[in-house]
Design a protein around this ligand. Structure first.
Ligand code: DAH
Length: 340
């Protein structure tokens, strides 16, 4: 037994551990109920009476030494500075950090804004939670116009006068109410419609609206602005075509097609073999709208246009499923230009 005690004593003096888990393992090995020292104490019972005194003392010393050593190791590790703090290599090249990419809708929105700002348009913004007046009534929507229908518009349950805007045309009336011509604004923003979500429709999407009000603004101004926009956006070969249409807030109204930028106008599956794709709605601001916003329609005229950013993005980048824009799938998003 005395040999065992001596060899354990030597072992304990030389104990070391590299972390707290190691210290705990040592405690279990030597001091726990089934550890080396308590088992020696069990054996102590069988020691002949004349040796008990000497061995008992030695055993106690061993236990004390082990407890002290293990506590010291623990304390040392607990108070040690973060591992390796002295060895940090400040000159080491860091691991490469993956850069994100701009969202395709942001890229296209910025591009549209860029084109219109070169023509002197300024950005205007309005709230997404709107009132009936700015989304519908001020824009000449009749009381029973189907666009107000519950199926299209998200109303706030407790107050049907408050709703999520269904188009960015609401920003037109906000700006016209609070400023005087000349007005030249571009309004990007998110809009909401109560649509079932599919590859071709979503309950929210993005639009850009443009409005120009001044003396003598004519349809020719609208047409030239549209041509400039289409060529900047889709290339100098792009042709435009205006088809008569109807919007409550413009008179006359039109929809603009561009020559299909995928087949160059020859006809393909994308343009349904017509050579043309529709990209926006536009028209001359209805005098009723000018008057509703406090602008003298005898003195001033204007044009407006509105387009879906998703639609333009689909044409530029051939995204087939609208849902990809809001799914945050990095495999999709990383295909677009890296962040600067
Ligand atoms: N607000 C229309 C929509 O959401 C788009 C639009 C059409 C805007 C004609 C206009 C316009 O400014 O003149 O479908």
């Amino acid at each position: 037994m005395i040999e065992k005690i001596n060899s354990l004593m030597a072992e304990i003096a030389a104990l070391s551990a590299s972390d707290l888990k190691g210290v705990e393992e040592l405690r279990i090995k030597y001091l726990s109920k089934k550890g080396a020292i308590p088992s020696l104490m069990q054996d102590f019972r069988n020691v002949p009476a004349e040796q008990k005194r000497e061995l008992g003392q030695k055993l106690n010393q061993l236990k004390e030494a082990a407890t002290e050593r293990i506590n010291a190791l623990r304390e040392e590790l607990e108070n040690a500075p973060a591992a390796g703090a002295d060895n940090i290599d400040l000159m080491r090249t860091p691991a490469p950090m993956p850069l994100g990419a701009r969202h395709p809708l942001s890229l296209v929105r910025e591009e549209i804004i860029g084109i219109f700002s070169r023509l002197g348009f300024n950005i205007a913004e309005g709230p997404e939670i709107e009132d009936d007046w700015h989304v519908f009534s001020s824009l000449n929507f009749a009381e029973d116009h189907p666009a107000r229908d519950m199926q299209d518009t998200f109303f706030i349950q407790r107050n049907p006068d408050i709703l999520l805007r269904t188009h960015t045309s609401s920003v037109q009336s906000r700006v016209m109410e609070t400023s005087r011509p000349p007005i030249r604004i571009i309004c990007p923003g998110r809009v909401y419609r109560n649509e079932a979500i599919s590859a071709r429709a979503h309950c929210f999407f993005h639009q850009v609206e443009a409005l120009y009000v001044d003396e003598n603004v004519s349809y020719a101004d609208l047409r030239q602005t549209l041509l400039y926009f289409a060529r900047e956006m889709f290339g100098p070969e792009t042709k435009i075509r205006l088809r008569p249409s109807y919007f409550p807030f413009t008179e006359p109204s039109a929809e603009m097609d561009i020559s299909c930028n995928i087949c160059g106008g020859k006809g393909c599956a994308f343009c349904k073999h017509t050579g043309w794709v529709e990209i926006l709605g536009c028209g001359m601001v209805d005098p009723n709208v000018l008057e509703a916003c406090g602008i003298d329609s005898k003195k001033y005229s204007g044009f407006a246009l509105g387009m879906g950013i998703e639609r333009i993005t689909n044409l530029k980048y051939r995204v087939k499923d609208l849902r990809m824009f809001s799914e945050n799938d990095r495999r999709f998003l990383n295909q677009f230009q890296a962040a600067h």
